[in-house]
Design a protein. Structure first.
Length: 443
C-alpha cells in the first residue's frame, strides 16, 4: 500500500484535497469517483530515505513518506534526532516486473482455506502467508490486504480494491462465503474453479499458438528467400540472356516487389496486429471480431465449446455458493471472455427478471447447443440446476480437450503441405532454368 495525494471537485463544485492509502492510483480515482467527485488528480506521496543520530549519538536510518523534503526533516527532528540527512528514495527499476499470476492466487486461497479451517484469525493467516511467500509481488499484495483487514474492512470488499489480481467472480464468492460463515469451503471451490479454468485456457491457447507460430516462421523464411536469395539467382539468370520459365519469372517479379518495398513487408505484420488491437478497442469492432472468431471453421468450434464450459462452470460455482441468480449472471457475463456470449447472458438476466426461464433466451441465441439448453431446462424443472451445470461443464471441458487434439492433428498436415508448396515451389522455380540449360547442353 502507498499513500496518494489527491485533489478533486466535490458535487457542489468546491475544490477539495486529501490523502488516501491505496495499492495504486487507479483505485484512488475509482474510489473518489464513487463519492461523486470530478476533475480528480492523484499522485503518489514522495518517499525519502534518511540517516540521523539519536540523542546518545547512535547512528540510525529509515524511510518516510511526506509531501516534501522539508516536512520530512522537521518531522524527524521533532522526534529528537540530530544531524538529519534526507534524500529522495531512488526509483525501483525492474527490467521484467514481477506479477501475481492466477496460479499464485489459487495456491494462496488453498493455503488460506486450510488456515481458516484450523481456527486462525484472518489477519494472522495473512501474516503467516506473507512470511511464507518467496514472491515479492505476492508479499506486497498480501501486505496491502492485511492492512485493509486490520482497519476493519471485510475480506470480500478488500479484494475488490485489487481488481488486477482478483476478478469479480472471486470477490463475489468470498463475500458469499463471509456472509454464510463458510469462507474456508468457498475458498476451496474458488481454487477448484480456477484450476479447471486455467486448464481450459491453456488448452485453447495451445490450439491457437501452434498454427500462428508455424505461419510466422513460414512468413519469415519466405521473406528471407525473396529479399536475399532469389535476387542472387536473378542476377545470374539475367547475365545468361535466355528466356526464363513462367514460374521463375513470377517468383523473380514477386522478389523485386519484396526488395523494392522491404520496409512494407517487414512492418506489415506489426501494422496488422496494431490494426486488429485498435479495432478490438471499439465496441462495434470488438463485437464483430468476437463474432468472427466464433464462426471460424475448426477454431470457432473450440472457442464456442470453451465458452459454454466456462459459462456452466462459473454459473455452477456461483449458485453453489448461494449467490443470487441475477447477481451471478452479471459476474458470468463479465467473465465470459467474448462480447457476443456476454450479450446473450445479459439478455438472460432481463428474461429471468420478467419471469422466463434461463433456457429460453439461451436457445433463442443459437450460440448454445440444443443439448446444453435442454439440460439446463431439465435442471430448472427438477431444482438441480447447479448439478446439471456442473455436468455440462465437465462434458464440454472434455470436448475442448478432444477438439484441440483433433484440430492440432488436422492442422499439422495442412500446414506442412502449405509450407511444402510455398518453399518447394520457390526452390523449383529457381532451379527450372538450370534444368533447362542442362537439357540444352546434353542435347
Amino acid at each position: 500500500m502507498s499513500i496518494f495525494i489527491w485533489t478533486a471537485k466535490a458535487k457542489g463544485g468546491r475544490q477539495t484535497n486529501g490523502e488516501m492509502d491505496a495499492p495504486d492510483k487507479k483505485i484512488v480515482i475509482e474510489t473518489l469517483k464513487n463519492q461523486g467527485m470530478t476533475g480528480i488528480k492523484a499522485k503518489k506521496r514522495p518517499e525519502f530515505t534518511w540517516t540521523a543520530k539519536t540523542r546518545d549519538g547512535k547512528a540510525t536510518n529509515g524511510e518516510v513518506s511526506f509531501a516534501n523534503k522539508d516536512i520530512a526533516i522537521a518531522s524527524l527532528r521533532r522526534k529528537g534526532l540530530r544531524d538529519v540527512k534526507v534524500k529522495a528514495k531512488p526509483l525501483e527499476m525492474e527490467m521484467f516486473a514481477e506479477k501475481v499470476e492466477e496460479k499464485d492466487i489459487s495456491i494462496f486461497f488453498r493455503q488460506l482455506s486450510t488456515m481458516i479451517d484450523t481456527g486462525l484469525p484472518l489477519v494472522q493467516c495473512f501474516e503467516l502467508a506473507e512470511k511464507g511467500s518467496d514472491k515479492k509481488a505476492l508479499t506486497k499484495l498480501l501486505a496491502g490486504i492485511r492492512n485493509e483487514l486490520e482497519s476493519g474492512t471485510p475480506l470480500g470488499e478488500t479484494l475488490r480494491k485489487f481488481p488486477d489480481e482478483f476478478d469479480r467472480l472471486s470477490c463475489a464468492l468470498v463475500e458469499a462465503g463471509e456472509q454464510g460463515g463458510i469462507l474456508d469451503t468457498i475458498l476451496l471451490r474458488v481454487c477448484t474453479y480456477k484450476e479447471k479454468s486455467m486448464a481450459l485456457k491453456s488448452k485453447i491457447k495451445s490450439a491457437m499458438i501452434y498454427p500462428v507460430a508455424i505461419l510466422a516462421v513460414s512468413f519469415i523464411v519466405t521473406s528471407i528467400l525473396m529479399i536475399f536469395v532469389i535476387p542472387v539467382f536473378s542476377e545470374m539468370f539475367s547475365s545468361m540472356g535466355a528466356e526464363l520459365p513462367v514460374p521463375t519469372q513470377i517468383a523473380m517479379n514477386i522478389s523485386d516487389v519484396f526488395v523494392a518495398y522491404w520496409y512494407v513487408v517487414v512492418s506489415a505484420p506489426f501494422i496488422l496486429i496494431w490494426s486488429i488491437k485498435a479495432i478490438y478497442k471499439t465496441p462495434k469492432g470488438h463485437y464483430q471480431l468476437d463474432k468472427l472468431l466464433l464462426n471460424l471453421p475448426v477454431i470457432g468450434d473450440v472457442l464456442r465449446k470453451g465458452a459454454v464450459a466456462r459459462f456452466c462452470r462459473t454459473f455452477s460455482t456461483l449458485t453453489a455458493a448461494g449467490v443470487p441468480i441475477l447477481d451471478s449472471l452479471d459476474t458470468v457475463a463479465e467473465t465470459s471472455g467474448n462480447i457476443v456470449i456476454e450479450e446473450v447472458i445479459l439478455s438472460c438476466k432481463d428474461s429471468i427478471s420478467q419471469g422466463q426461464t434461463l433456457a429460453e433466451p439461451l436457445e433463442d441465441s443459437k450460440i448454445f447447443p440444443i443439448m446444453v439448453t435442454q439440460m439446463i431446462s431439465i435442471g430448472e424443472q427438477t431444482g438441480a440446476l447447479e448439478e446439471m451445470l456442473g455436468k455440462i461443464a465437465d462434458f464440454y471441458e472434455a470436448e475442448v480437450e478432444v477438439a484441440v487434439d483433433g484440430m492440432t492433428a488436422l492442422m499439422e498436415p495442412i500446414i506442412m503441405a502449405f509450407l511444402g508448396v510455398v518453399i518447394g515451389g520457390l526452390v523449383i522455380a529457381m532451379y527450372l532454368p538450370i534444368f533447362q540449360m542442362a537439357s540444352i547442353v546434353s542435347d
